[in-house]
Every structure is written in structure tokens, then in C-alpha cells.
Design a protein around this ligand. Structure first.
Ligand SMILES: NC(=O)c1ccc[n+]([C@@H]2O[C@H](COP(=O)([O-])OP(=O)(O)OC[C@H]3O[C@@H](n4cnc5c(N)ncnc54)[C@H](O)[C@@H]3O)[C@@H](O)[C@H]2O)c1
Length: 480
């Protein structure tokens, strides 16, 4: 399958190339082969993208919302009609197994386009009676929005950001992760086929400096980043200089709490989904698995048996359940965490070996709160199991982190489930399941894990601003 795009960038409705930009080779993580050669955006490309977005946005915002929504819903249909090819491309770009990319990545992106396309015509302002006079509010677009993506769900991220942005009448300049640049270019083609006017969705490639150049531009009203906390700090600070709106979807070290009375198989299944899906490269992963003492031996037995059956291999093979990590740098980083966890006294229950970009599903037990493996985001298939005895203790230990992206609770006692969720400092929570992120549900973090929400009705608030209009109905009574 030839995946070399016609050019590196998609700007103002056309492919755009500038070979004076630094080379950007796209590597298939499973084979090591260079599958596409791109160039980073130069100042000329960035200027063309921002100018095109600025020029197109006003007329787009002036359309009836139902007309904008129709184009997004058409884009969703086009994605679904081409689902197999798009999934293969995503697998070649990321290394994630086809059995995942067929159901999770582009399909979730299509859901977002359909959802926000259908939702936006129902967005209204309010009228405020003031005793004769009255006020009303309008929800207006922000203008030009910049989206910056991570490499773990590149196409889903591009859709999750562009769908609410475009629905509300904004234009977007999207910079994919330099590690996975291909999916966003496909999305740009899909939007054009669906009838999106030129200039409203632009893709520019590049490393962090290209993202930084976009954010610094005075034409930009908002930046939405999916990335790590260190990058989030930089992007947030740069956006603050121009007082721009932000959405920050950052990292996590989320707790998954399993009480003695939980259904064992469901809890084990969820813990695996929370650590091994996408080879552990999921921001909301429940990487601190707190297990109550009474169920711990049975939990570890069942978990080990199931983890050792996970099929690692060629991600294009439908039998493969776990592919390589996205890059050799990421694999080396993950193996560094594994080695240090052993050195710090965590008990390796299963896995622990790396084979190039492939890392075995790994479980550590006997993990204590102070170990690095319990404090830092690993972003690989590495689960840390921590023992606890009572509810107050586990809530306090769960919250003992600067992150706050997600959390999960497994128990048969529903009162306890809601009580514990109420006490956890996390933006996205699950009871008796884990890592399900339907587009209807707001998603995002608290504390260092982020600001703002993607998905759900809430996301539209983050791509719009309120205009208040006071209407005077009588003579003006001036004191002078
Ligand atoms: N909360 C979420 O929704 C979510 C989802 C997926 C991934 N993540 C997080 O993303 C991280 C993994 O992704 P990554 O390694 O690609 O993240 P990263 O922070 O290294 O990069 C993210 C993006 O930011 C860009 N960037 C880097 N420096 C920049 C700068 N100074 N200005 C503007 N842009 C800049 C990168 O080029 C990339 O496109 C993990 O921490 C993970 O938890 C969060």
C-alpha cells in the first residue's frame, strides 16, 4: 500500500509543498521501513495556512448551523465508507494493531463528526428579562483555531478537535505529531470531498517549533493541544501571551480501584484494557491498579494467565492483539521504566522484556506509592499493581498525584462506587468498566492533566464565546 501523500501539507484547499523545510521521514514502527517522506512547514507554509483560515472563516460562520452540520455528517459517512483503507494507513503510521484501528480510531472520529454535525443546529443563546428592557446572548465562533496532536490516536485526535471547531463556525490549522503525520492529511481530503470550503481545515507538518510558530500568530484565537504535561506547560504559556483560549488534553497516572467484592473477570479484563490497549499508549490508562487485599492473589493469578496469552506481532495481522510501540525512542523510554522498577524493588509478575520496538505486556506487583512506576506516566504496556486495605486509604493514595485525567472503580456496592468517584480528583471516571470514551461523553482532566473538555455538549463551549446584547426599550435616563 503506497501511503506517500501528494505533498506534505494541505493548505487552503490544495496540497502544498516546500522542500526547503526540514525532512520528516515517516517510519512504519512494525517494519522500520520509511513509508513516506515529508517536509516540515516553513514560514511560508504557515503563513499560507493562517491566511487561508482567516479568509475562509467569516463566511463559514455565517452559514446556517444545519448547513455546516450537514458537511460534517457527510465527512463521517465518507470515513465509514473507506474504513478499511483508513485503518490500514493508521496501523502503518502508528504500529497499533489493525483489530484496534478498524474499530477505535477513525470510527470514533466519524462519530465525533456525526455527533457535532447533528448537535450544532440546536445550540442557542438565552434571553434575559430585565423588566421592560431585556438582554440576549449569542454563541459565536472564536475564529482561527490551532489543533496540535499527539501520536497515539492521530486521526481520532484530528477529528475530535476539528469536529466541534468547524461545527461552531471556526477554521482550523492542524499540526499532527511529527511521528504520525499521515491521517490528518486524509481527513483534509475527506472534508474537501464532503464539501467543506477551502481554507477551513488546513494541515501543516512539523515538530514543536512549527506548533510554537502557529500559537504565536496574532490571528489565532485558540489552541487545543493533546500532548504531554511538559509540552502543555509551554503551549499554555505561549497561548497566555496572546490571551488565547486553550484546551489542554495532557498526560495522566490514573488510578483503577478494585474492591474485594468486584466481579473478578471483569476487573481483570478492565485492568488489561486499561494498560495494554494500543500497547499502553493511551493517556487515560489506569496505570495504578489498586487491588484490595482479599482479592489480590486471585486477581494476580487470573491477570497473569490472561496477560501471557496476549498475541504480539505484525499489527496488520488480524490475529495480533498488540503491536510495537510507536518509535524506538518510546520503546527505550518504556524499558528504562521497567528496569528502574525492578531496581526499586517492584516484583515483576510477567513480561518485562523488550524486543526492539515490541515490549511484552508487563505486570509489576508489590508496587509502593513512592516508586517511579507509581508516579510517572510510562506510556507503554506496563501495569503497576498496588495493594490496599480500606476505602479511605485508597481514595487518599489515588489522589496523591499531580495528575487528574481519569479514574475507575470496580465494586458490587453501588453506593460505595458513587461515594468513591465523588472523592476522586479526576475529570473522566468509570464505574465497573474502563477506558470507554464515547463522543457523547465529555472527556478531559483536572490538575496537571488539563484544562477544558473534548466531546459531549461541553466541547462546543470551548470552541465558542458568548456575546451579550442589552436591548433598551425606553428612553435613556442620563444623570447629566
Ligand atoms: N489527555 C488526552 O486526551 C491525551 C490523549 C493522547 C495523548 N495524551 C498525552 O500525550 C503524550 C504523548 O504524546 P506525544 O509524545 O506526542 O506528546 P508531546 O507533548 O511530545 O507532543 C505533542 C504535540 O505537541 C507538539 N509540540 C511539542 N513542543 C511544542 C511547542 N513548544 N509548541 C507547540 N507544539 C509543540 C508536538 O510536535 C506534538 O505534535 C502523553 O503524555 C499522553 O498522556 C493526552
Amino acid at each position: 500500500m503506497n501511503v506517500q501523500p501528494k505533498a506534505s501539507h494541505f493548505v487552503n484547499g490544495n496540497w502544498m509543498e516546500d522542500t526547503s523545510g526540514t525532512a520528516l521521514d515517516v517510519v512504519n514502527p512494525a517494519t522500520g521501513a520509511v513509508i513516506a517522506r515529508l517536509h516540515e512547514a516553513t514560514p511560508a507554509v504557515i503563513e499560507a495556512a493562517l491566511a487561508g483560515a482567516r479568509a475562509a472563516q467569516g463566511a463559514w460562520a455565517a452559514l446556517k448551523p444545519i448547513e455546516r452540520g450537514r458537511i460534517l455528517r457527510r465527512a463521517a459517512d465518507l470515513i465509514r465508507a473507506d474504513g478499511d483503507r483508513l485503518a490500514r494507513l493508521e496501523t502503518m503510521d502508528t504500529g497499533k494493531p489493525l483489530q484496534e484501528t478498524l474499530v477505535a480510531d477513525w470510527p470514533s472520529g466519524a462519530d465525533a463528526l456525526e455527533y457535532f454535525g447533528g448537535l450544532v443546529p440546536s445550540v442557542t443563546g438565552e434571553t434575559i428579562p430585565l423588566g421592560g428592557d431585556f438582554a440576549y446572548t449569542l454563541r459565536e465562533a472564536l475564529g482561527v483555531c490551532v489543533g496540535i496532536g499527539a501520536w497515539n490516536y492521530p486521526s481520532q485526535i484530528a477529528c475530535w478537535k476539528s469536529a466541534p471547531a468547524l461545527a461552531m463556525g471556526n477554521a482550523m490549522v492542524f499540526k499532527p505529531s511529527e511521528v504520525t503525520p499521515l491521517g490528518a492529511l486524509e481527513l483534509a481530503q475527506i472534508f474537501m470531498q464532503a464539501g467543506l470550503p477551502a481554507g477551513l481545515f488546513n494541515v501543516v507538518q512539523g515538530r514543536g517549533a512549527v506548533g510554537a510558530a502557529l500559537i504565536a500568530d496574532a490571528r489565532v484565537a485558540k489552541v487545543s493541544l493533546t500532548g504531554s504535561v511538559p509540552t502543555g506547560r509551554k503551549v499554555y504559556a505561549a497561548a497566555a501571551a496572546g490571551v488565547r483560549h486553550v484546551t489542554m488534553e495532557l498526560g495522566g497516572k490514573s488510578p483503577l480501584i478494585i474492591f474485594d467484592d468486584a466481579d473478578l473477570d471483569s476487573a481483570v479484563g478492565a485492568a488489561m484494557m486499561a494498560n495494554f490497549y494500543s500497547a499502553g499508549q493511551v493517556c487515560s490508562n489506569g496505570t495504578r491498579v489498586f487491588v484490595q487485599s482479599g482479592i489480590l492473589p486471585a486477581f494476580l493469578d487470573r491477570l497473569t494467565a490472561r496477560a501471557e496469552r496476549i498475541v504480539l506481532g505484525d499489527p496488520m495481522d488480524m490475529a495480533t492483539q498488540m503491536g510495537p510501540l510507536v518509535s524506538i525512542a518510546q520503546a527505550e523510554k518504556v524499558m528504562g521504566f521497567v528496569d528502574r522498577a525492578v531496581a526499586q524493588g517492584a516484583r515483576l509478575v510477567t513480561g518485562g522484556k523488550g524486543h526492539g520496538l515490541f515490549v511484552e505486556p508487563t505486570v509489576f506487583a508489590g508496587v509502593t506509592d513512592d516508586m517511579e512506576i507509581a508516579r510517572e506516566e510510562v506510556f507503554g504496556p506496563v501495569m503497576a499493581v498496588l495493594e490496599f486495605s480500606d476505602e479511605d486509604e485508597v481514595v487518599s493514595r489515588s489522589n496523591h498525584t499531580d495528575f487528574g485525567l481519569a479514574a475507575g472503580v470496580f465494586t458490587a456496592d453501588l453506593t460505595r462506587a458513587h461515594r468513591v468517584i465523588g472523592a476522586l480528583q479526576a475529570g473522566t471516571c468509570w464505574i465497573n468498566t474502563y477506558n470507554l470514551t464515547p463522543v457523547e461523553m465529555p472527556f478531559g482532566g483536572v490538575k496537571l492533566s488539563g484544562v477544558g473538555r473534548e466531546n459531549g455538549k461541553a466541547a462546543l463551549d470551548y470552541y465558542s464565546q458568548i456575546k451579550s446584547v442589552y436591548v433598551g426599550m425606553g428612553p435613556v435616563d442620563a444623570p447629566y
